[in-house]
Design a protein around this ligand. Structure first.
Ligand code: ADP
Ligand code: MG
Length: 227
């Protein structure tokens, strides 16, 4: 469902941020992209969202070469691929409820669907009681739960998360990781960038390790199981 074939990415000429990356991720997998800062993790996620285009090679999602997407198809891709960005980026002047409702309306859902699904998702992620709060009134863990709920509200087949435990204390990190593990066990493909080795040991899933833009190891073959 996700395929990188010989992908290189250069932000600046002759200074590759990714070098000859080959990577296949099947539907239903949970994959960690592990590597130090600057190793290319976020770049991989940006390619998958078509925020960037590969300098060489081919990136495809759902069998579609992303280089061939037309401008009007990019928002459609981004509805099918949910994203939890590194800096949570909730709309600060909107309530928690409105943050989710806004994402649904942008995807063309009716008010009836919004009224049905938003409370359901907030409940599922344990933040229903924060519906009327503004993002600035949430703890780090709550804000991350809202960001995950928002990324999933349009029911994408794939969820990407960039350092989802980066700003959290260890206890909150465990909580967020178990939520992501649970999402994966219900069938969503999850790709998570992290430099947190501890996180990875807990979930026991496939780990793709990057160094200076190259894949240096891939444990492959972990079958999804309980987190
Ligand atoms: P990671 O997420 O693993 O920290 P990134 O994908 O953000 O790594 O970065 C990979 C490399 O690309 C780094 O050398 C970084 O400096 C470079 N890079 C990232 N974004 C840009 C940009 N917008 N312009 C130029 N270089 C960039
Ligand atoms: Mg990054």
């Amino acid at each position: 469902m996700i395929q990188f074939q010989n992908v290189s990415l250069e932000y600046e000429r002759n200074r590759p941020a990714l070098k000859d990356v080959d990577l296949t991720i099947e539907q239903g997998e949970c994959v960690f992209l592990l590597g130090p800062s600057g190793s290319g993790k976020s770049s991989i996620l940006k390619l998958l969202l078509r925020e960037l285009r590969a300098t060489r090679g081919r990136v495809s999602v759902f069998g579609r070469d992303l280089a061939t997407l037309r401008p009007h198809e990019i928002p459609v891709l981004r509805q099918r691929v949910g994203f939890v960005p590194q800096d949570i980026l909730l709309l600060q002047r909107k309530t928690v409820y409105e943050n989710l409702a806004y994402a649904m309306r942008a995807a063309g859902h009716t008010n009836r669907m919004v009224h049905r699904l938003v409370p359901e998702f907030l409940e599922r992620f344990g933040v229903l009681h924060k519906s009327r709060s503004f993002p600035g009134e949430l703890s780090g863990g709550e804000a991350q739960r809202v960001a995950i709920a928002r990324a999933l509200i349009n029911q994408p087949k794939v969820l990407l998360a960039d350092e989802p435990t980066g700003h959290l204390d260890p206890e909150m990190s465990i909580d967020i990781l178990s939520i992501l593990g649970d999402i994966n066990s219900k069938g969503t493909t999850v790709v998570m960038a992290t430099h947190d080795v501890y996180a990875i040991e807990r979930l026991q899933r496939r780990v793709v390790t990057l160094r200076l833009g190259e894949v240096v190891s891939d444990t492959g073959g972990f079958v999804a199981g309980p987190a």
